[in-house]
Design a protein around this ligand. Structure first.
Ligand code: DGP
Length: 112
């Protein structure tokens, strides 16, 4: 499949890995928008949040289960933001579901 994040998960494209288990892969964003900017992705391909179903929602649950540990390891003791962009209006550029974990500074309170 011609998917950038599937290739990163497979190790065909290098990435700065932060965390991995059987369901989830996390790595540093190539263009960080905060001192900590990590992408957390399901190892199964799903294009976006719009493709989450009862069949694959375990991947999403696992992502949220591991976020507190990743945030703690990154020293995000004062909070952080988790974002997923979905589709054209959401400005999603990579069509493999991913959650941005942002922190390390006070983030802007305007979302749109
Ligand atoms: P989004 O706009 O929500 O689809 O975010 C995609 C993110 O993926 C964006 O913040 C930049 C990041 N990104 C794109 N290509 C690569 C890459 O090859 N490696 C890494 N580490 N991040 C990438």
């Amino acid at each position: 499949m011609d998917c950038l994040f599937c290739k990163i998960i497979a190790g065909d494209i290098p990435s700065a890995k932060v965390y991995e288990d059987e369901l989830v892969y996390a790595f540093r964003d190539i263009a960080p928008m905060a001192p900590t900017h990590i992408l957390i992705v399901p190892k199964a391909h799903m294009a976006s949040a719009d493709e989450v179903t009862s069949e694959n929602s375990g991947y999403v649950a696992r992502i949220f289960e591991v976020i507190p540990g990743i945030a703690a390891a990154e020293g995000l003791t004062n909070g952080y933001r988790v974002i997923t962009n979905c589709g054209e209006d959401g400005c999603q550029s990579v069509k493999h579901l991913h959650f941005h974990l942002l922190g390390g500074k006070k983030l802007p309170d305007q979302m749109a």
